[in-house]
Write a protein that binds this ligand. Structure first.
Ligand SMILES: [Zn+2]
Length: 159
């Protein structure tokens, strides 16, 4: 494809675009972010039919299709289900800067939750990480209402 464009005489340029944007995250996610920011508390919402707890909160149970309104805190500790140590950077949308590498993306099931979250783990040595490990959230000292900032990272509780 690139060769075809060059053969046709097309010219490519590289440019950076500074495009800040704002969007409303909705009532449920706003409450989730406020609890993190104001109380270092992770909240979910419980289905009145099947009693599953979703973190972050969502309005409708994916299985029962009923509206969920019971917010409740879950633990800031949980189990590491899966992870990947990444050596490929991307632009961190909250900072507009390249993400420092390596970093470990972690798939975590918090105690008291029936869904899973993604965040960063502070360990990048793959020989020291195993699925099934216990992890805990480490909160930022200057929380702003941003999930990936207010929970700074997760740390391994036990090896
Ligand atoms: Zn349900």
């Amino acid at each position: 494809m690139e060769k075809d464009r060059k053969d046709a005489g097309a010219i490519s340029i590289t440019a950076m675009a500074d495009m800040p944007y704002y969007y409303h995250v909705g009532f449920y996610y706003s409450r989730f972010l406020r609890e993190l920011r104001d109380s270092k508390r992770i909240v979910g919402v419980k289905c009145p039919e099947c009693e599953k707890v979703y973190v972050p909160p969502r309005i409708v149970c994916r299985d029962c299709f009923v509206t969920m309104e019971e917010f409740l805190p879950v633990s800031s500790e949980g189990t590491l289900l899966a992870y990947t140590v990444t050596n490929f950077s991307y632009t961190d949308t909250t900072k507009g800067e390249p993400k420092k590498i390596p970093y470990t993306a972690a798939y975590i099931k918090l105690d008291g939750s029936d869904s899973n979250i993604v965040h960063c783990l502070d360990e990048t040595d793959e020989t020291r990480i195993k699925a099934g490990m216990r992890v805990r959230a480490v909160f930022s000292g200057d929380r702003t209402g941003d999930y990936f900032h207010d929970i700074d990272h997760f740390e391994i509780i036990e090896h």
